[in-house]
Write a protein that binds this ligand. Structure first.
Ligand code: NOJ
Length: 750
């Protein structure tokens, strides 16, 4: 973000600042209740502001609150250094869009950029300067609750999303009206915790780190992201809040990132729990590793003043820093905080973004975008011809999520409101001629302790006091009286999200029993699954005529589903994660390494072979999704079958929409490298593009292939990593998903 004049402004300020003022800039606090009673307040936050001991605040919730805090901060700062304001704006602000995982299923970067742009405008109108997004943690483990916020299992798709969201949030200048600074998080490998347990550590081959988890950060940085948040977990034994080799080494050294690095919530003090030493020791480890701001823990504020006088000798932690070095590290972090503020225009105008900013964008426009995004995000997994429905179908709408608002928002929708959601019953009712009948059919979950846990951020799950038999009987009667049943099943909002790992990521048992009961009626079933992760659905497809994976779609999620069900929108979503058939299959991805004893058909089909999984229950592959039409892929054609490094080869394929409805087709290109120095992924996504095809239309799609696509890291250590490529054969696979592809061989000459 730096330029000459902002560097000068920072240097001028730094020259005048006291040590205490510099340390104050590193303190990042939560707004809590803000300044509830005006200037006379004596809250801990107010006292900090009066003493110039805060650099930034997150979670203000209103423009007035941010203004009051800024006024207090400026009064308390000798040099009148303003605060900046941040918030978790993960998939929309007041206008809640589909979950990030759902948006990833659109594979539509322009759409994702537009949702981020709208969120930025809403956030900026509330006085926010920075948002804690995009979350770009690649994950392959459906147990992990934060899969909901992630871009899915693939680094190429995640990288495209990192760039699209950064562009949407920041535009070309995060200081421009209606824009905010992006914060790439969580650096890094937060999506690879052991057993899917949130916050747990990741032990990975350096090759995996370099090829799977780091690239989306490089892509976000290349798109100009102004900040990064560190992850709670350790990577290969070193907690990320102390990971100098990855933060100062890789992030700043290799990608050219020159922005701000913030800790996650109390992440610095948690280094002690990780076993890295006493509070003063871990403070210096974090500062030396490149964590510029301390979120909530106030450990920098508490310990740095003394450490800057004494330095530290902690041989047990392998850490010895002179007082002079500590002061230099404080200067480094402070200059980065001030540089960030300069980049936001706050050093020129401390009220930038807080007065005279554009009003929030039109919410009706946001709603239209949210509805389109919801329809584009839902993935049609099965359709035996049942969909789309005619509006005069006598429909029964059944399930614990059929008339739901709050859960539709999905996790991490901190500024969303349940009242903004149109429930499925209303959305379907608006499009169907005879109004649908309705029955809940069952409770979402059966355990009281779980209901309590799911309601941790406000009540979204209640228990129907009727007996299950009673509820099932009502649902079965409604199903029998209908032409078609639309069944709304899935997870509660906080089933997925932070600290919400699931041992068994499948449909809760009462919902399975409801489906079994409905299946006995013989009335055709359309099942819509609303969830925050890749739920194991094994067997469901045998009970229904159509299956739509709708995720948690935000305020207009149900309307997007209704549009698809009645054919007012074309299904085009494609899975950004492999959907396991059974929970025990997770972690799972299309890009697993081959073994010496592959299961039969491994490259063509996902493996079977689990004793407790029926052969006809298969995972839905990454990239999979159906349309209401058929798109035929002709044989892929290479411009040459041999090439020298440096040459560009093209691979073309002709697509034909052979059906009667329009198609939005995502053409996917995968690569495998069967002759390498190390085991390479069975296949991995290297390119994709989305094309629209009218009924009967034929179009040629061309991908450009370069030798760099086959590069891979060899990394005995992070420092010794080198990217190599081998002469010889690679296989290129083109198709509508990671399984159903046609292949060509290309040989790279030495
Ligand atoms: C903890 C979460 O891990 C992070 O994603 C979030 O931005 C911060 N809390 C602030 O709310």
């Amino acid at each position: 973000m730096g330029n000459r004049s902002s560097e000068d402004a920072v240097a001028r300020l730094m020259a005048e600042m006291t040590l205490a003022e510099k340390i104050g800039q590193l303190n990042l606090l939560a707004a809590g209740e803000g300044l509830t009673t005006g200037a006379a307040t004596d809250t801990p936050l107010a006292k900090r502001l009066d003493a110039g001991e805060v650099g930034a605040i997150f979670g203000t919730k209103s423009l007035a609150s941010a203004q009051a805090l800024q006024e207090r901060a400026l009064a308390g700062s000798r040099l009148k250094i303003p605060l900046f304001f941040a918030e978790d704006v993960i998939h929309g602000h007041r206008t809640v869009f589909p979950l990030p995982l759902a948006l990833a299923a659109s594979w539509d970067m322009a759409l994702i950029e537009a949702t981020a742009g709208f969120a930025a405008a809403e956030a900026a109108a509330e006085g926010l300067h920075q948002v804690y997004a995009p979350m770009i943690d690649v994950t392959r483990d459906a147990r992990w609750g934060r899969m909901a916020e992630s871009p899915g299992e693939d680094p190429h798709l995640a990288g495209a999303i990192a760039a699209a969201m950064t562009r949407g949030l920041q535009g070309t200048d995060p200081a421009a009206p209606g824009r905010v600074a992006a914060c790439l998080k969580h650096f890094v490998a937060y999506g690879a915790p052991l057993s899917g347990r949130d916050y747990d550590n990741a032990s990975l081959a350096w090759e995996d780190l370099l090829e799977i988890y780091l690239p989306p950060f490089a892509d976000g940085v290349a798109a100009g992201a102004a900040s990064v948040m560190a992850a709670f977990n350790a990577v290969n034994k070193l907690p990320m809040h102390a990971h100098g080799p990855l933060i100062e080494g890789w992030l700043r050294g290799r990608t050219g990132f020159d922005g701000l690095v913030v800790s996650d919530y109390t992440g610095i003090r948690e280094l002690s729990a990780h076993g890295l030493g006493a509070p003063a020791t871990v403070v210096l480890r974090a500062l030396a590793a490149g964590i510029d701001m301390d979120m909530v823990g106030e450990d920098y504020l508490t310990h740095l003043p003394a450490l800057a006088e004494t330095g530290l000798k902690a041989p047990e932690a392998g850490l010895t820093l002179s007082a002079e070095r500590v002061r230099a590290l404080i200067d480094r972090a402070c200059a980065r905080v001030l540089g960030f503020k300069a980049g936001l225009g706050l050093l020129d105008d401390p009220w930038r973004g807080l007065t005279g900013s554009p009003a929030a964008p039109d919410r009706a426009e946001g709603r239209k975008l949210a509805r389109k995004a919801a329809a584009r995000s839902a993935v049609l997994l099965k359709n035996d011809g049942l969909l789309p429905l005619s509006p005069d179908t006598r429909l029964a709408l059944i399930g614990p999520l059929a008339d739901d608002r709050a859960n539709m928002l999905g996790t991490w929708s901190v500024s969303g409101r349940a009242e903004d959601v149109t429930p499925l019953l209303e959305a379907v009712g608006a499009l169907a001629a005879p109004p649908p009948s309705h029955a809940a059919g069952c409770n979402l979950v059966e355990d009281d302790w779980l209901i309590e846990r799911l309601n941790v951020h406000g009540t979204t799950v209640t228990r129907d006091p009727r007996s299950e038999a009673n509820m099932l009987a009502e649902a079965v009667a409604a199903a029998k009286a209908a032409d078609v049943v639309l069944v709304a099943l899935g997870e509660a909002k906080e089933h997925a999200g932070e600290s919400s790992s699931r041992l068994c990521p499948d449909l809760p048992a009462p919902q399975r029993r409801l489906l079994d009961a409905l299946a006995t009626t013989g009335t055709p079933l359309v099942v819509a699954v609303f969830a925050g992760r890749a739920l194991a659905l094994g067997g469901i497809e045998q009970q229904c005529g159509a299956l739509l994976y709708a995720w948690h779609g935000g305020i207009a999620g149900p309307e997007g589903v209704a549009d698809l069900v009645f054919g007012r929108a074309e299904p085009s979503g494609r899975l950004p994660v492999t959907l396991p058939a059974a929970p025990g299959q997770t972690p799972l991805s299309h890009a697993e390494d081959p073994t010496g004893r592959p299961w039969t058909g491994r490259f063509a089909k996902f493996r079977t072979g689990w004793l407790d999984l029926a052969d006809d229950s298969q995972p839905y592959p990454f990239g999979f999704g159906l349309s209401y039409t058929e798109v035929d892929y002709g044989p892929p054609r290479l411009s040459a079958t041999e090439a020298r490094p440096g040459e560009r080869i093209s691979l073309s394929v002709t697509l034909t929409n052979t059906g009667a409805r329009p198609a939005i087709e995502t053409v996917q290109l995968y690569l495998s490298d069967p002759e390498a120095r190390i085991t390479r992924p069975a296949r991995r996504l290297v390119a994709f593009c989305q094309v629209e095809l009218a009924p009967g239309e034929e179009r040629e799609v061309t991908f450009e292939i370069g030798a760099e696509m086959a590069q891979y890291p060899l990394a005995p250590s992070l420092e010794a990593a080198e990217w190599v490529r081998d002469p010889g054969r690679i296989l290129l696979h083109v198709g509508p998903n990671s399984r159903d592809t046609l292949s060509e061989t290309l040989t790279w000459l030495a």
